[in-house]
Design a protein around this ligand. Structure first.
Ligand code: NAI
Length: 253
């Protein structure tokens, strides 16, 4: 049986991946700061192939404990999905030191130390794979996204760097670069825009967003989970160091 370790598995893309991996006979360990949603997810599965550690990815000790907990429960780890992330609105005029630190710590530093702590447990013999959740902001800038954009562009470089470092161990490392996906993270920022621009009518913000996408719509967490699953599987055995867009064509124009 394959075993995946996922950060930020309680909601959104991470949760869709937990469900995708479980449906494909892969045991899953995940860490998340959201205890309520994490426990709710675990309670939906009764077959003991799901392990939840309530913790903060910004604390290296929490991440290490979650990885060790996963390893002890299932006996190995061969997939890591470094997914947890936050968005905070800021630009060069209003950026604060605390906002910069929160975003960079969560989105960039925590990914590095998740992988750093997971390496010794990764089983290259049986198809070790790491997937990093970056963003279309690896390639393009967006307004009010200074720290977030910096963190995600940094993940693009880190993906290539770690892919080169781990190739000899037969561990592949790739990043996914999603465009707008309907999750709590995105809904929160759209809700703020709706308050400011459309008297709280969030449907108008989504409609406007959709016009920016050649496919004419926003993506779903389930669609992203399919890509993560592919990159984590042996079917992508010659892909490493790649930044794979999943954005309905947003960065193609
Ligand atoms: P989400 O908010 O639904 O899920 C994020 C999960 O990470 C939550 O369960 C949250 O509790 C957890 N988390 C956040 N900070 C944490 C911390 N310090 N310690 C432990 N857990 C923590 O959002 P979504 O969209 O599923 O985000 C997942 C990843 O996808 C993020 O890295 C985000 O930047 C990335 N992404 C999302 C896009 C979108 O449009 N939703 C687009 C491109 C990338």
């Amino acid at each position: 049986m394959n075993v995946a370790f996922i950060t930020g598995g309680s909601s959104g893309i991470g949760r869709a991946c937990v469900e995708k991996f479980l449906s494909a006979d892969t045991a899953v360990g995940f860490i998340d700061a959201n205890k309520v949603l994490g426990e709710e997810l675990v309670s939906a599965y009764t077959d003991a192939s799901l392990y939840f550690y309530h913790g903060d990815v910004c604390l290296v000790s929490d991440v290490e404990a979650a990885i060790i907990g996963t390893y002890n429960r299932f006996g190995k780890i061969n997939v890591v999905f470094a997914n947890a992330g936050i968005y905070e609105e800021n630009n060069v005029h209003n950026i604060t030191e605390s906002s910069w630190d929160r975003v960079i710590d969560t989105n960039l530093k925590a990914v590095v130390f998740t992988i750093n702590k997971a390496i010794r447990y990764l089983d290259g013999q049986h198809g070790g794979a790491i997937v990093i959740n970056a963003s279309d902001q690896c390639f393009v800038a967006k307004t009010n996204s200074l720290a977030y954009g910096a963190s995600k562009a940094g993940l693009g470089q880190i993906t290539k760097s770690i892919a080169v470092d781990l190739a000899k161990q037969n561990v592949r490392v790739n990043a996914i670069c999603p465009g707008a996906i309907k999750t709590n993270l995105n809904i929160e920022s759209k809700r703020r825009m709706a308050e400011e621009q459309y008297s709280g009518d969030i449907s108008r913000v989504w409609a406007e967003e959709e016009t920016k996408y050649p496919l004419g719509r926003i993506g779903s967490a389930v669609e992203v989970a399919e890509l993560v699953f592919f990159l984590a599987s042996e079917r992508s055995s010659f892909i490493t160091g790649s930044l794979v867009t999943i954005d309905g064509g947003y960065t193609a124009i």
